[in-house]
Design a binder for this molecule. Sequence first.
Ligand code: MN
Length: 502
Amino acid sequence: MDINLKEFEVWFVAGSQELYGEETLRQVEEQAKQIAAAINEQPQIPVQVVHKAVLTSAVGIRELVAEANAHHRCIGLILWMHTFSPARMWIAGLSMLKKPYVHLHTQFNRDIPWSAIDMDYMNLNQSAHGDREFGFINTRMRKSRKVIVGHWQDQDVIDQLNVWLRASAAWQDMQGARIARFGDNMRDVAVTEGDKVAAQIRFGYEVNGYSLGDLVEYVSAVQEQDITALVEEYEASYTLSDRVKKGGPARDSLLEAARIELGMRAFLKDGGFKGFTTSFQDLPGIAQLPGLACQRLMRDGYGFGAEGDWKTAALLRAAKVMAAGMPEGTSFMEDYVYHFDPQGMRVLGAHMLEVCESVAAEKPLLDVQPLSIGGKADPARLIFVGAPGPAINASLIDLGNRFRMLVNKVEAVTPPEDLPRLPVARVLWDPKPNLKVAAAAWILAGGAHHTVYSQALTAQHIADYCEIADIEMVLIDEGTDLDEFKKELRLNEIYYHIAQGI
Ligand code: MN
C-alpha cells in the first residue's frame, strides 16, 4: 500500500475584485499562475499545486468552494489576496468550505523598486493590505486556518507549505478511512478507550471491530507457495537467526508468522483498511501474536495500535501519510523503561514486539523467541536499535468532552551498551527539556503510554494537523516550564469548554 502524495492536489486561488479592470486582473492572473507553477516545481512540495482562478465575486467563490469540497484529490486551498478583495464576498464561500486552507500572505515582487515605484505599481501590488482585509473576515468568522508570511521564493515559506500540505494530505486521507480492530481493548485499560463516534465526527475515520474468526478464515486460506515467496523476501531483507534459518528449530514458527502476515494483508486489502489493532488477550485461532506482521504492515504505511488502541492506530496512519516519501522512520511506540542516571536520564522505548522497522539504525535481525505473556506460541519479530537523531512522540487522548494531542520533542541516542538479552526492537531517547519535566508534564496532561514516534515529522506537522482538526495540542519541548504548563492546561479547559459549546 504505497502512499503517493502526488495523487493529491492543492488549489491555488487568488482573490481580487472587478474594480481594477481587465488589464489589472489579467496581470493578477498571470502572476498568480507564475507563483503556483513555481511552488509546484519546488522538489520538496509533496503534492500537485494547481492554479485554479482569480476570484472576484461571491458567486465565483461559492462555486469554487463547492467544487473543492467534492473533489476527492483536492486536499485544500492556498488563498492569497493579490489585490484588495472586499471580504464580505468571501463569507458565503468560507461558511461552506470543508477543506483545510492556508492563507499565504505573500507579494509578487520581493523588493520595492525604489526608483520606479509609481501609482500603477501601488494599484497592482496590494496584498499587504488586501490580505489583512481577508484575515479579518476569517478571524471574525472564527475560522481555523494556517497563515504563512513571506515571499513565495523564500525557502522558509516553501518549508512551511511543505509541512502544512503533508498535514492536509493526511487529513484528506483520513476522511472515510477504515480502521479494523481484531479484538477489543486490553481489559481494564483506560487510556486506550475512547468515544469512537466522537472520533468519527471529529477526524473523519471509522473504527469497526471484527472477530478473530474473520481473520482466521483469511489466514487459513493462505497458499503454501505464497508463504515460500514471503520467506524468501524475509531472507533477502533481514539477518535471520540460526533458529529461524532453514533447518533451524524455529523455522516452522517463521513459516507460521509468514502465513499470519499474508492473511492479515489479504484481510486489510479486501476491506480497504488503512489501519488496525490487535490484542494479545484475544487471539483464538491465531497460533502466535502477530509481531513481525504488524512491524511489516506499519512499514508499508498501515496505522497500528496494540491492545485495541484504535486512536494510536489512526494517528499512526495519519503520521505515515504526513511522512510519505521522507527517509526517516515513523512507528507505533511505548515508553517502556527508564534510565534514571543523573548524568543522563533516558527513556527506553519498545513494545512487546511491534516497532516499525522504518526507525531502525541497522538491518534488523529476524528471530523467534518466547513471549512471557499471552500464552501463545513463540512469535517472530524483528530486533533492532533505533537510529539516533531528533524525533517526536505524539499521543491522542479522549478527555471525555474533547480530544487532546500531546507532543514531546525528544532526541534519540545510541544506547551506551549492547542489550544482548533483550529480544525486541527498541529506541533510546532523551526527552526535552529533560526526563523529569517531560514525564511530569506528559502525566499531568494525561498522555498515553502508547505513542506515535517519528523521526520524519516535527511538532509542526502535528500542530498543523490539530489546527485542521480544530483540537487542542500541548507541546512539551526545550521551553517547557511546569508551572506555565499547568496554567496552559487549566486555561485550555476553560477555552475548549466554551468554544465547543454543547
Ligand atoms: Mn502496549
